[in-house]
Design a protein around this ligand. Structure first.
Ligand SMILES: Nc1nc2c(ncn2[C@@H]2O[C@H](COP(=O)(O)OP(=O)(O)OP(=O)(O)O)[C@@H](O)[C@H]2O)c(=O)[nH]1
Ligand SMILES: [Mg+2]
Length: 335
């Protein structure tokens, strides 16, 4: 079968054809260079789709086992009941270590496979440095062209390999009662304050109330320490208590998500553009390290150039490939 034109593929993805979305995500997970080039072409077309412009990209992060996958299932179900379509990417770094088994995640996420408005994919791309970040970020961009809400689940707190801040409009940090270490990270300013905080496993009122109060205290300390995300300072992070297993608090979470998406209306394009710049720089420096960055003039120069090129219509992936070629050419000249 000859490879199809990116425009055809893109059109089918935009119409949320599940087979086409699935093919596009397979391409994203394919590590060969020619596939990367096709992903770059595809994303360039998908970038301006109406869904991508009007949709909502939600990053759900938090320590292992706090219930992110269970919460994602509950959230997706409620969003579907409200008539919104949903795409989910669950990034499972542990699957790299265990050799690709995603059984754990599958068992915990329960979705209706016949629902055309819901797409779920687990990602376990391993291999080259930054491979998972590339795949996660690209997958979100594919799904954003097809579905109203995209949820990307990643495990970890603070700096993790997959910095979803670069691709998410709204970052949700999920913890469970008694997550003292997260509170300490927040207070110490090691962690940026997320857009929404969720205390999951709030099955028991008393425990939940205490956890929310602790968190509120930690947030105050964090604000005072200036740990606000530099992109946004006039948003007050809401704290939502949920029980993903009982299904309580999900409506409140959706309200908080909608409120944040509404809050972003005027700054969304700027935020996404900043994310793209950061993603480009990340991709490049993961690939070529300090030496690559300094060879192309240092971080400040590279950043300014990236901003300019992206404004000129270039996409992160194609720009990164072009910068890579330049670096390799420069290397050739010096040896
Ligand atoms: N009591 C209680 N248990 C929950 C709740 N949400 C999830 N769990 C349980 O917590 C365990 C972990 O849930 P997951 O949804 O897999 O957690 P996760 O954060 O996605 O885990 P990783 O992806 O491995 O980091 C499972 O046994 C869930 O049934 C909740 O609201 N209350
Ligand atoms: Mg999970």
């Amino acid at each position: 079968m000859p490879p199809s034109e990116p425009d055809d593929d893109a059109r089918q993805v935009m119409s949320a054809d599940k087979a086409a979305v699935s093919r596009a995500l397979n391409l994203v997970e394919d590590r060969r260079a020619e596939s990367h080039a096709r992903v770059a072409d595809l994303l360039a077309v998908l970038k301006d789709s109406p869904k991508a412009a009007g949709g909502h990209r939600v990053g759900l992060t938090g320590p292992p086992g706090v219930g992110k996958s269970t919460l994602t299932s509950a959230l997706a179900r409620s969003l579907r009941q409200r008539g919104r379509t949903v795409g989910v990417v669950a990034v499972d770094p542990s699957s790299i270590r265990s050799g690709g088994s995603l059984l754990g995640d599958r068992a915990r996420m329960s979705f209706d496979p016949t629902d055309k408005g819901l797409f779920v994919r687990s990602l376990a791309t391993a291999g080259e440095v930054g491979g998972l970040a590339y795949a996660a970020n690209s997958s979100v961009r594919v799904l954003a062209a097809a579905y109203d809400t995209v949820v990307v689940e990643t495990t970890g707190v603070g700096q993790s390999e997959i910095d979803i801040v670069h691709v998410a409009d709204t970052v949700v940090l999920v913890i469970q009662p008694g997550s003292g270490d997260v509170l300490q990270f927040l207070k110490a300013g090691i962690m940026e304050i997320p857009d929404i905080l969720v205390v999951n496993k709030a099955d028991h009122d008393e425990l939940a109330r205490r956890a929310v109060a602790d968190l509120r205290g930690a947030l105050r300390t964090a604000h005072a320490a200036g740990a606000d995300r530099d992109r946004d300072s006039d948003w007050e992070t809401p704290i939502v208590a949920t029980s993903a297993t009982k299904g309580t608090g999900i409506d409140e979470l959706i309200d908080a998500l909608d409120a944040h998406r509404g809050h972003l209306e005027t700054t969304l394009q700027t935020r996404r553009r900043q994310g793209e710049v950061q993603w480009t720089l990340d991709l490049f420096s993961r690939k070529h390290g300090e030496h690559g960055v300094s060879t192309l003039g240092g971080l400040a120069t590279l950043k300014a150039r990236t901003e300019q090129e992206l404004d000129g219509g270039e996409t992160p992936l194609s720009l990164c490939e072009r910068l890579s070629r330049e670096y390799v050419a420069a290397l050739g000249q010096t040896t």
